[in-house]
Design a protein around this ligand. Structure first.
Ligand code: NAP
Length: 300
C-alpha cells in the first residue's frame, strides 16, 4: 500500500491518523508537520512520532501525503509542498468540505490527488486529541477527480485500502453530492448548536445564569457540538455556502411548521413530527453509527 506517509497538520485528525496508523500498520513510517511551533513541541512531548520542522522535509520521501489542516488552509498547504513531493506520490486530504478543496488544491502534474473526508471526530482539537480508534467503523468518503490516468484508479484503491486498514468503511462519492449530504448531517447541526448556545449566552442576563446551572436538560448536548473548533467551522461555512444555505431554507420552513403547530395547539402534528424524528435515532443506532446506551452511556 504505502510505506511512508506525511501528514500536514498535527491537530485532532492528523494526530488520530498518526495514532491509528501506528496501531494498525506499525511498519508504515509517518512524518508529521504543523505550522504551529507550539503544536510541534506538544506533539513531540506526547510521543506522536516523527515531527519535522519543515513541510518539505515531511513529504520528501512520502508515497502518501495527507493534508489535515482547516479547509481554508488546504490550497496554501498543498502549494507549500508541491515542489518537494516525490514524483508519483498520492496526495489526499481530510477536509470537511470537498468541492472547494478540489478547486483550491493544485497538485503537480505527476501527483495523484484523491480528496477524502473521514466522518469521524470529536469537539476537541490539537495533538492531544489524537485517538487511535477514531475511525473504527466510521465512514471515509473518497471523492475522486475525473482523472483518466490508469494509475489514478490504483491511487484511489490504495487510499481506500489504507483507510480500511485504519478501521473505516470507505464510500466513493461525487464532491458536490458529498457537500450536500454533509450540509444535512453535519454542517447544519453544528450551525444550530452554535446558534442555540450563543443565544442562551445572550439571554444570560435575563435568565440570571440559570442556563448553565440547569443545562443537563438538553442544552448540554448542544454545548458539546458548539465546543468544536471555531476556525475549522468558520472555514466549513465559508466553503460550503450554497449547500448550507439551501438546507437552512428547509430547516426554517420546518421550524415555522412546528411554530404554527404549537401556536394552534396542533398536538397531532407535533406528535407526528416527533415520532418520525425518533425513528431516525433508532435507524442511526441500527446502522452502528451510535451507542444504544441511554443518554450516551453517561451515568446521569
Ligand atoms: P485542528 O485540531 O485545529 O488541527 C489543525 C492543525 O493544522 C492546527 O494545528 C493548525 O495550526 C494546523 N495548520 C493550519 N494551517 C496549516 C498549514 N498551512 N500547514 C501546516 N499546518 C497547518 O483541526 P482538526 O479537527 O484536526 O481538522 C483538520 C481538518 O480535518 C479540517 O479540514 C477539518 O475540516 C477536517 N475534519 C475535522 C473533523 C473534526 O471533527 N474535527 C472531522 C473530519 C474532518 P494553527 O493552529 O497554528 O492554525
Amino acid at each position: 500500500m504505502f510505506s511512508r506517509i506525511a501528514i500536514i497538520g498535527a491537530g485532532h485528525i492528523g494526530a488520530s491518523i498518526t495514532r491509528a496508523t501506528a496501531e494498525a500498520l506499525p511498519d508504515v513510517q509517518v512524518a508529521l508537520y504543523d505550522q504551529s511551533p507550539d503544536v510541534r513541541a506538544r506533539a513531540k512531548e506526547i510521543g506522536l512520532g516523527v515531527i519535522v520542522d519543515a513541510p518539505e522535509e515531511a513529504v520528501r520521501d512520502a508515497d502518501l501525503v495527507i493534508l489535515a489542516v482547516p479547509v481554508g488552509a488546504m490550497g496554501p498547504a498543498a502549494q507549500g509542498i508541491a515542489d518537494a513531493m516525490k514524483p508519483g506520490a498520492v496526495l489526499s486530504d481530510v477536509g470537511s468540505v470537498k468541492a472547494s478543496v478540489v478547486a483550491a488544491v493544485k497538485p503537480r502534474a505527476d501527483a495523484f490527488f484523491v480528496p477524502g473526508h473521514p466522518l469521524a471526530g470529536t469537539e476537541q482539537s490539537g495533538p492531544d486529541a489524537g485517538l487511535a480508534h477514531l475511525f473504527h467503523n466510521r465512514w471515509m468518503i473518497v471523492t475522486p477527480l475525473n482523472d483518466p490516468r490508469p494509475e489514478y484508479q490504483e491511487a484511489v484503491a490504495a487510499l481506500s485500502a489504507f483507510w480500511r486498514a485504519l478501521g473505516a468503511r470507505v464510500e466513493v462519492m461525487d464532491a458536490a453530492r458529498h457537500d450536500v449530504v454533509l450540509a444535512v448531517v453535519s454542517h447544519l447541526p453544528h450551525l444550530i448548536a452554535y446558534n442555540i448556545v450563543a443565544m442562551a449566552e445572550d439571554l444570560e442576563a435575563v435568565t440570571e445564569s440559570e442556563v448553565v446551572k440547569y443545562s443537563a436538560s438538553g442544552f448540554r448536548d448542544f454545548t458539546r457540538i458548539a465546543a468544536s473548533d471555531p476556525i475549522m467551522w468558520r472555514d466549513v461555512f465559508l466553503n460550503n455556502r450554497e449547500a448550507v444555505l439551501e438546507m437552512l431554507g428547509f430547516f426554517t420552513e420546518g421550524l415555522t411548521e412546528l411554530q404554527r403547530a404549537i401556536r394552534l395547539g396542533d398536538g397531532a402534528k407535533l406528535q407526528e413530527i416527533f415520532t418520525r424524528a425518533r425513528r431516525v435515532r433508532r435507524e442511526v443506532i441500527e446502522a452502528g453509527q451510535d451507542s444504544p446506551a441511554p443518554n450516551w452511556g453517561r451515568e446521569n
